[in-house]
Each structure stands twice: as structure tokens, then as C-alpha cells.
Design a protein around this ligand. Structure first.
Ligand SMILES: Cc1cc2nc3c(=O)[nH]c(=O)nc-3n(C[C@H](O)[C@H](O)[C@H](O)COP(=O)(O)OP(=O)(O)OC[C@H]3O[C@@H](n4cnc5c(N)ncnc54)[C@H](O)[C@@H]3O)c2cc1C
Ligand code: FES
Ligand code: FES
Length: 489
């Protein structure tokens, strides 16, 4: 361990310093706000991160700057807020103490009826307003992907978002005005110590750094690791699972590093979907549409790529794309590290190649070659914030003779793990990349996959959709694909 322990969690809530020495590991921020602090503006609609009624902003220091992100308080554990600034709806105000411009715009544009969703919508739009002074309609829709409104309809809300951005005045905004003092306050909370709290309802550990995380997990190999809590949060709120002791890892800056090399990008396992967005723009533009269909904005702000892999779900969205790109992960236990191809990590349903006490430290992802075709598609019942019925990733390199020199096809949602379509690849390898050969290859999907029928899709639908995605990929590679807008992925 790197130094003396701290036995409390400390963070700023609006303009109050909160210090908690007695804290159950599974206390959610929403319960803390509503039940402990009687700040009842944030609502509970679903308690599973879907509806956005509980949205608040969380500010954290990233290097020297202060970044505010929208999060769903219902699945965010209080312990993970150590060193942060939580901003709830109660903190918003206008320049003269009246309504904030975002709130005022919702009033003027009739963007609220029963009002249940409204605090969450205000906070999401406020997050957008702070990050982007002149959003377009896609930016606004993206900011609202994680906010459900059952009665108003979205047109007045989108109009209000435009009006708020035109109101300008960010210089007078409460968070902008207090930014320098908040940075100072958060810096004062940084002491580089491990935090440990043990009580009747279990244990909380926030390691001081990644070496300390390795030490903690070596001592407590069966502890639950929590990064963004967008999966683990639901184990608690929906399944009432006991998860103590809980080791929080989302705050560790070593797990959020991004190193863009010449051929490969290496990222810490704690890199969130939003952290990764600039890398997508620079190196994987083919992923952009797909990425903005992972969760809603709040989930993308919290959820990590390492968490998506470690969770091992057959319908996790990142593994198919990462496998076709040839990604590998570094697993660490104590001081020992091993390097595993992501393709080999998933063994069977619920079973991955990870020992107790081991954690994913980093992920390395090769860039697709300049002459390669790479695409990822997601099929779900709803365009936004929905789990995939299936997702398919394709990477293709053609030889000079238009013959398939290399092909990789991986699907999620088609088997008990994210799985390569080895039979399909075999039919295509070495053959001319032509409609006739692609049509011949689709029959091989039946050898690769015997999908299940469930609430998301029937087995027949899944099989047909996977075959059609190969056809779509083919058409796109010859320039006949659809114009890809956001959400068409
Ligand atoms: C509303 C909503 C929408 C969602 N939409 C999508 C979607 O569209 N697509 C999709 O794929 N997923 C989706 N998810 C699921 C979830 O957001 C992702 O799986 C996310 O990437 C999980 O990351 P996390 O950091 O939140 O993981 P956590 O919940 O913190 O942890 C998940 C698992 O990973 C383990 N873990 C975390 N970090 C490590 C590590 N470094 N080493 C070892 N184990 C680790 C944890 O112990 C746990 O078993 C959604 C979730 C919600 C609530
Ligand atoms: S209560 Fe629905 S997202 Fe939190
Ligand atoms: S105003 Fe009623 S749910 Fe949105």
C-alpha cells in the first residue's frame, strides 16, 4: 500500500462538502440525494439507467481541467464520487437567481407536461449546453438519447434546446462562474491515499493507484470490481445482489490512459465510451455511428470498454468490433501480466479466461489497414439506448486480383459468446469478392451459429439478419451501400 488509509469518502455536492465515514458500498447517488439529503428534484423512473429521470452532472478533474458529465444517479454508487463535484437540479439558477436559461427555454417552449422527466431532461441539456454552445439537431438528439419522456413529445424539448443555446450567456452560468473555485476545492481533496470503509453492510475500497488495485485484488481476489457501474449498478437495484467488498476502479487515471501509437492504440480498461470518441474520429471513423448507439449519453459517460469486455455478455457491443480488429487485453494479477487475444478471452457463457484476483489492465487495438474494409452493425428493436439483438463486425482485405486475401467476421447475440463466423470466412477466403460468392457464403451462417429465440429476436430473425448484414457489407464495399447517417449503423 502506498501510504496511510483514509476512512471516509469526500466529495462536493452542489456547494456543500460531504464527508461520509459510514457508507454502505451499494448506496446509490439517487438514494443519497433523495433519502439522505432530501434533494428530491432528481426522480426515480426505472432504477436501471434507462429513463434518465435521475440525471445529474458529475464534475471531475481530468489533468488540469474540470469536466462535467451527465450520469444516471440511480446506478452510480456514492463511493465512486470521491473527489468529484456532484451537481443536482437544485443547484441550477439563472444570473439573477431565477430560472436557468435551459429551464426557462423549456417553460417557454412547452417542453414539460407532467414534469416527471423534466429535471433529468434539464440536466442532460445543461450538460450539452456546457460542452457545446451551438449544438445541431443531431447533437441535441444524442444528448437526449438517455432521457425518456412519456407525455410531452420531443419536438418542444428539441425547440427548447435550440432556444437555450441561442440564449448564450454561458459566462454567467453558475458552474462556469464557480469553475476556478471548484477546481481548487477538488484539488484540495486529492491526497493520493487508499480509501477503505468497512461497516455492517460491507466494505468499500478505493485503491490509491493501479499498483494498489493489483495489491488489493491479490489480497481479496473475490471482491467485486466496479468501474462505471452501468452493469453492476443493475445487479444491485434489480437483482438485490450482495457485492461486498467492492473495489472501485473508475477513478484510477492509469486505467484511463490512451496512447496512440503508429499501428495500435493502447487504452486503459477504465476508458469510457466518451473518452474513446476522439480516438474513433482519428482512427476508426467506421465506428462512429455504431458508438453513438451504445447506451445513451449518460451510459457512454460512465460505462467503460474494460467493463463491457469483463462483463462477458454475449450481446456486449464492443467485443465483435474489437475482435475483428485483432485487439488483445493485458490481464494483471499482482505484478504478473499476461497478454490474451480478445478472441480467446471468451470461453463459454459466463466464463472468461480471467482468474480470481486478476483484472483487465489495458486493451490494445490495431488500426485497420488503409486498404482494408471495416464495418460494424447493430440490430436492436429501438434505435437509441437499446441492447443489441445482434451485432456484426466485418474486416476485409482484398488482393490486387479482387480476391479475398483476409476476412474476419464476428457476431454478438448469435451464440453464447461473441463468436467468429469461421465457416463463412472459409467459404470466402481466396475467392473473388463478388455477389455470387457472397450469396454462396450466407448459407454457411447456419454452421457457425444456432442462435436462440428470446425477447429481443427469434432465432430465424437473427439468422436472416446476420446473413443480410454480410450482403450489406458487400454492397458497401463496392460503393452501393446506404449513406450512413448517425444511427444507421
Ligand atoms: C441503460 C443502459 C444501456 C446500455 N446499453 C448498452 C449498449 O448499447 N451496448 C452494450 O454493449 N452495453 C450496454 N450497456 C451495458 C454497460 O453499459 C456496458 O457493458 C459497459 O461497458 C459496462 O462498463 P462499466 O464500466 O459500467 O462496468 P461495471 O458495471 O463497472 O462492471 C461490469 C463488469 O466488469 C467487471 N470489471 C469492470 N472493470 C474491470 C476490470 N478493469 N477488470 C476486470 N473486471 C472489470 C466488473 O466486476 C463487472 O463484472 C447498457 C447499460 C445500461 C444501464
Ligand atoms: S431512474 Fe431511470 S435512469 Fe435512473
Ligand atoms: S413531461 Fe411527463 S414524462 Fe416527460
Amino acid at each position: 500500500m502506498t501510504g496511510p488509509l483514509r476512512k471516509s469518502v469526500r466529495f462536493w455536492l452542489n456547494d456543500e462538502l460531504v464527508e461520509l465515514a459510514d457508507l454502505p458500498p451499494t448506496r446509490t447517488l439517487l438514494d443519497f440525494l433523495r433519502l439522505n439529503k432530501r434533494l428530491t428534484g432528481s426522480k426515480e423512473g426505472c432504477a436501471e439507467g434507462d429513463c434518465g429521470a435521475c440525471t445529474v452532472l458529475v464534475g471531475r478533474l481530468a489533468g488540469d481541467s474540470l469536466v462535467y458529465e451527465s450520469v444516471t444517479a440511480c446506478i452510480r454508487f456514492v463511493a465512486s464520487l470521491d473527489g468529484c463535484h456532484v451537481v443536482s437540479i437544485e443547484h441550477l439558477r439563472g444570473a439573477e437567481g431565477g430560472l436557468h436559461p435551459v429551464q426557462q427555454a423549456l417553460v417557454e417552449h412547452h417542453g414539460s407536461q407532467c414534469g416527471f422527466c423534466t429535471p433529468g431532461i434539464v440536466m442532460s441539456l445543461y450538460g450539452l449546453w456546457m460542452a457545446n454552445a451551438s449544438p445541431d439537431v443531431d447533437d441535441i438528439e444524442e444528448a437526449l438519447q438517455g432521457n425518456l419522456c412519456r407525455c410531452t413529445g420531443y419536438s418542444p424539448i428539441v425547440r427548447a434546446a435550440f432556444a437555450a443555446s441561442k440564449a448564450g450567456g454561458q459566462g454567467k452560468d453558475v458552474l462556469v462562474a464557480e469553475r476556478a473555485s471548484v477546481i481548487e476545492k477538488l484539488e484540495a481533496l486529492r491526497d493520493g491515499r487508499r480509501v477503505e470503509i468497512w461497516g455492517d453492510e460491507g466494505g468499500i475500497i478505493l485503491p490509491a493507484d493501479v499498483n494498489d488495485l493489483a495489491e488489493v485484488l491479490a489480497e481479496k481476489p473475490h471482491a467485486t470490481i466496479v468501474a462505471g457501474s452501468t452493469d453492476v449498478g443493475l445487479w444491485v437495484t434489480k437483482q438485490m445482489r450482495e457485492i461486498s467488498p467492492v473495489v472501485f476502479a473508475g477513478h484510477l487515471k492509469q486505467l484511463r490512459m490512451i496512447v496512440e501509437g503508429e499501428d495500435v492504440v493502447s487504452i486503459g480498461a477504465g476508458v469510457t465510451y466518451m473518452d474513446f470518441m476522439p480516438v474513433i474520429e482519428r482512427h476508426f471513423p467506421q465506428l462512429a455511428g455504431f458508438w453513438s448507439r451504445i447506451g445513451g449519453q449518460q451510459v457512454r459517460n460512465m460505462g467503460t470498454i474494460g467493463g463491457n469486455i469483463a462483463n462477458g455478455s454475449p450481446i456486449g457491443d464492443t467485443p465483435p468490433a474489437l475482435i475483428v480488429l485483432g485487439a488483445a487485453i493485458t490481464l494483471r494479477k499482482g505484478d504478473k501480466r499476461r497478454f490474451v487475444r480478445l478472441e480467446d478471452y471468451f470461453i463459454s457463457y459466463g466464463k472468461q479466461d480471467r482468474e480470481p484476483g486478476e483484472f483487465i489492465e489495458s486493451i490494445s487495438i490495431p488500426y485497420p489497414g488503409e486498404k482494408e474494409h471495416f464495418a460494424v452493425y447493430k440490430v436492436s428493436k429501438r434505435r437509441d439506448e437499446d441492447i443489441s439483438a445482434l451485432s456484426g463486425a466485418f474486416r476485409l482485405r482484398l488482393g490486387e486480383d479482387n480476391k479475398v486475401a483476409e476476412i474476419s467476421v464476428v457476431f454478438g447475440g448469435m451464440a453464447e459468446i461473441p463468436k467468429r463466423a469461421a465457416a463463412v470466412e472459409k467459404v470466402l477466403l481466396g475467392k473473388e469478392w463478388s455477389e455470387a460468392n457472397v450469396s454462396a457464403a450466407v448459407a454457411a451462417f447456419k454452421q457457425d451459429y444456432q442462435p436462440l429465440s428470446d425477447v429481443r429476436a427469434s432465432a430465424e430473425y437473427r439468422l436472416l439478419a446476420s446473413q443480410n448484414l454480410l450482403r450489406r457489407f458487400y454492397l458497401e464495399t463496392i460503393g452501393e451501400g446506404s449513406e450512413l447517417k448517425r444511427g444507421a449503423a
